[in-house]
Design a protein around this ligand. Sequence first.
Ligand code: SF4
Ligand code: SF4
Length: 462
Amino acid sequence: MPKRYHITAKPAAPRFIPVGRSGIIDFEEDCLKCTTCVKKRCLYDVYKNRSYDARTMADSIDYQCKNCFSCIQNCPRGVLSKTINPEYLKLGDAYWKPEIISINWFQAETGRIPVSGAGYRGPFSGPGFDSMWTDMSEIVRPTRDGIHGREYISTAIDLGRKKSRLEFDAAGNPVLEVPPLVEVPLPILFNLLPFGNLSRNVRLAMAEAARQIDAMMYLAEQDDEPALEAYKAHLIPVVAANGMDPSAAIFQGVKMVELIYSDQAWHGALKLKAKYPGLVVSIRVPMDAEAKAVTLKLAAAGAEVIHLVADFQGNEFVADRPRFVKDVLRDIHGSLVTASIRDEVTLVVSGGIALPEHLPKALICGADCAAIDLPLLIGLECRVCKRCTHGKSCPVEIDQVEVSHGSQRIVNLMCSWWSQLIEVMGAMGIRDVRRVRGEAGRAMFFEDLERETFGAMFGTRK
Ligand code: SF4
Ligand code: SF4
């Protein structure tokens, strides 16, 4: 029996005390000095392990407290109270919200699935991926067997061009040559980072994590260096198609390459395929007004992989009312289905994939695979403050991260994402992630429900 894919997490504590959601205010003047102080009875030893970080003026209680309110409720003089930490509310931006950042921090530290313990208390629906829900109707045995390892749920996919039918030569013999494929055990690639206080150590930490979990990582041409030689099998160089030299050293020893879309991209892909027939060539297409037409043209011409890139908040690159990545993806996937060429090409999507649940949602909308970026940086403790984009210092000195520590945090993050993908697939009753792609019938979309339920009465939402 083939070995089952598994990611092993090991705790990897943050180097800086993370910004916690809520702080505890302690009015010590009224304290009765009870011998059995509620602080000593904290189930999570939050007060016992309390520490301060002078560099960031952070108190570990804010991050470690599980908000059980035991100490607050049981203090006889009520000297303790909780309050939202204003620093927490300032984290990130309108899309990369504090909850998204803190969830990814937790996952990178522990490799576990975050559990609130108090049920979901958020809104029923929201923008972006929050306006779709996956089908959980199969969340019963025997699909739970897959989640607990008694049956195998496969998360492996193949990157490359697939044949959709048998072909025969002029003599009537079957053509046995099949295009090259790169198999990855998770439908996740490590994308180029949109910003960040990046360094050689950050790239090596990502590459080492990719090696450990058998993933693939995109590498900008200018970042190639001898230290990455050992990771070649896990690298996807991203190269401009214009002026590309197929003999360049960056193409030696890699299994897959990505060309940045331009008028020359398809010509460049053919040149690379002529020189390296076993290489999988992807084309990086920005999600702009032309994306659908470009994707259809490339797929019809014979492209193996098309990487659709939205901005880091998941919006398409158009000035007027940009659509969210899931809507663009559904549109492009649907067009490929209509043109009867969807199964032949691999679609990778990136931009705005921020949480584990976004991965199966992106697959349902039509992607074969997602490339993630900021979650990796957040895994390395990034606060999405964007100071680095203005040339200012990084509050968590990301560039100084040790390779072994950084790679373990990324491995942990992927362990958590992988576990959650299996959870969703188990609940949907799907045992092969390749079957999740385009399964829109196994999801509900708020826009569709609203239109079908209220559209006839109230018309279309403006
Ligand atoms: S609220 Fe609960 S977890 Fe937080 S410090 Fe008090 S007892 Fe500990
Ligand atoms: S923490 Fe801020 S400065 Fe550091 S990498 Fe992240 S966004 Fe850039």
